[in-house]
Design a protein around this ligand. Structure first.
Ligand SMILES: O=C(O)c1cc(=O)[nH]c(=O)n1[C@@H]1O[C@H](COP(=O)(O)O)[C@@H](O)[C@H]1O
Length: 281
């Protein structure tokens, strides 16, 4: 397979050139209604196209949330395919938010679906769940290395329920979230300028100084906007790792649509606040 440059290299460049903001494409039924669109495939397509048109030539990363497309069956997935292709063609990196995770042999098929260059849903990276055991993800790690794509592994999620799994303490005294971070650090050893195997770490989680966030890979940080975190929280939450954070905002930007200019202004405001928050004085 002819490989792209490694995802981590492409992401670092995009973050440096465009700033690290990731805008989510989350076509909630309530947002379709706010935008004056019907809750159907035509509404979905209009919504997604508008976000891609407004954002793909300026933000580093777009993150479509697959669930909102799957809701409409095969025709919704066809809209997702077109959105991914259009966003990539316009210069954004696409992180497919599908949160896949299964036994290794099935995981290989999920990886083919999103990380093989000939797949209709080919994306630059995929969110994955390691809660069948980190090793179950190895087919996806292998294909990502081969195709120049990346993974974002759920380590410390933004939702309050995540703690019962992720804060559980193992026999060796380390908790589950910290274990996932350690696996990722091992994947990324020696990679420059940035590894391709990222962690999802919520911006909502407060002080994370007890965790080693230095995984030499990107930290996807959802939770800004609708879930209550703000860009000014980033330095407190991520400390010295803040330079590798890719903050995600979905509803906080999307609620400003359908006007393309208003969407762009909302994203610019977040981008500027994020720039101030992550710049070392
Ligand atoms: O993997 C994710 O992106 C994710 C992980 C996590 O811990 N929390 C989280 O909110 N997300 C996703 O990030 C987006 C957040 O959307 P807003 O709350 O509207 O900004 C949604 O698409 C969630 O599915």
């Amino acid at each position: 397979m002819s490989a792209l440059e490694p995802f981590g290299t492409r992401l670092r460049r995009a973050m440096d050139e465009r700033g690290p903001l990731c805008v989510g494409i989350d076509p909630h039924a309530s947002l379709l209604a706010e935008w004056g669109l019907n809750d159907d495939v035509a509404g979905l397509e209009r919504f997604s196209r508008t976000v891609v048109e407004a954002m793909a030539d300026r933000v580093a990363v777009l993150k479509p949330q697959s669930a909102f497309f799957e809701r409409f069956g095969s025709r919704g997935v066809a809209v997702l395919e077109r959105s991914v292709a259009e966003a990539r063609a316009a210069g954004a990196l696409v992180v497919m938010d599908a949160k896949r995770g299964d036994i290794g042999s099935t995981m290989a098929a999920y990886a083919e679906s999103f990380l093989h260059k000939d797949s209709p849903l080919f994306s630059d990276a995929l969110t994955v769940s390691p809660y069948l055991g980190y090793g179950s993800l190895s087919p996806a790690v292998a294909l990502a290395r081969e195709s120049g794509t990346g993974l974002f592994v759920l380590a410390l999620t933004s939702n309050p329920e995540g703690g019962e799994v992720q804060h559980a303490v193992r026999m060796d005294g380390r908790n589950v979230g910290a274990t996932m971070l350690a696996h990722l650090a091992a994947e990324n050893v020696g990679e420059e300028p940035l590894g391709s195997f990222g962690a999802v770490v919520g911006a909502t989680l407060g002080d994370l100084s007890t965790y080693d966030l230095d995984i030499n890979g990107p930290l996807l940080a959802p939770g800004i906007g609708a879930q209550g975190a703000t860009p000014s929280d980033l330095r407190r939450v991520f400390g010295a790792a803040v330079g590798n954070v890719v903050p995600n905002v979905s509803r906080g930007v999307l609620r400003h649509g359908p006007d393309v200019v208003a969407l762009r202004e909302a994203a610019s405001r977040f981008a500027e606040e994020i720039r101030k928050a992550v710049t070392v004085d």
